[in-house]
Design a protein. Structure first.
Length: 286
């Protein structure tokens, strides 16, 4: 009879092992708690200098509670035999210690990064007389910062910055002498006027503000001479007769404006600058 049962069961067992698809194991709901959580007591009392961390394993079960002082001293409790239950967003952690089971009850936030609640009794970490006080406390998930450039491969001449490959700074390893600045990998003399702001009517020259120098414009004088048909009397090169060579701007202005008699007449709106420009143009022809 035993042999007959064995002959029936073995093929059935083989069918389930080799003939059925593998069903993935669904993690328990408590697995969402995996990782490290800072424990922040509402009333730390005499243990205010201690910082506490709860460590949950991959199944969401409390693995240990660890304490650290600013001087580097540490204390820990291996939470052997503890149980964690997650019902919706209600978290219950039972921690047996001695003859007493100490219970933490809290509420998990929607983003699963905070648990607010309270613990019934003080938790003794044993070493250095460190204890996690009873009462209200908050657990905050310790989120490790991820390097955005981790795994990013850049081409030669590029460096990863915030997850993106950017061209290397050609001036990164260039040291210039005083009075020079690196531009595109080369040291060039600083512009002495780069940070100089001058008043209106002034221009920066070699780092100093100097008054703008303006003068007659020969090209404007030539245009004025042509526009007012001065060549009819004085010739294309102003040599006449009558010649204008050597005549100063004041005389040009007096005659063109009508201050003194001028056979060629006057020019409406003539200015002293116009007369100076004409003088400059005639002088440029000599």
């Amino acid at each position: 009879m035993a042999q007959r049962l064995l002959s029936i069961c073995v093929p059935v067992a083989l069918f389930f092992v080799f003939g059925c698809p593998v069903v993935p194991v669904t993690p328990p709901p408590e697995a969402v708690l995996e990782g490290q959580w800072d424990i922040i007591p509402a009333e730390p009392g005499e243990f205010a200098l201690w910082s506490f961390v709860a460590v949950f394993n991959a199944d969401g079960q409390l693995q240990s509670i660890e304490g650290t002082r600013p001087d580097g001293a540490t204390a820990s409790l291996a939470a052997t035999g503890s149980t964690t239950e997650l019902d919706g967003n209600a978290v219950t952690v039972s921690i047996p210690q001695g003859n007493v089971t100490k219970v933490f009850e809290g509420t998990l936030s929607a983003d699963a990064n905070t648990i607010t609640g309270s613990i019934t009794d003080e938790i003794d970490l044993g070493d250095l007389e460190a204890s996690l006080p009873a009462g209200d406390l908050t657990l905050e998930r310790v989120v490790e910062e991820v390097d955005p450039c981790q795994g990013v491969q850049c081409d030669e001449g590029e460096t990863c910055v915030d997850g993106q490959c950017v061209a290397d700074d050609p001036c990164a390893d260039v040291t210039c002498d005083e009075g020079e600045t690196c531009v595109d990998g080369q040291c060039v003399a600083d512009d002495p006027c780069a940070d100089v702001t001058c008043d209106e009517g002034e221009t920066c020259v070699d780092g100093q503000c100097v008054a703008d120098v303006t003068g007659p414009d020969p090209a404007a004088g030539e245009a004025f001479y042509a526009a007012n048909n001065c060549a009819v009397c004085h010739g294309a090169d102003a040599t006449g007769p009558p010649s204008l060579v050597g005549v100063n701007a004041d005389t040009h202005f007096d005659k063109l404006s009508g201050n003194v008699s001028h056979a060629g007449g006057t020019v409406d709106g003539v200015t002293e600058d116009d007369a100076a420009n004409v003088e400059a143009w005639i002088a440029s022809l000599q």
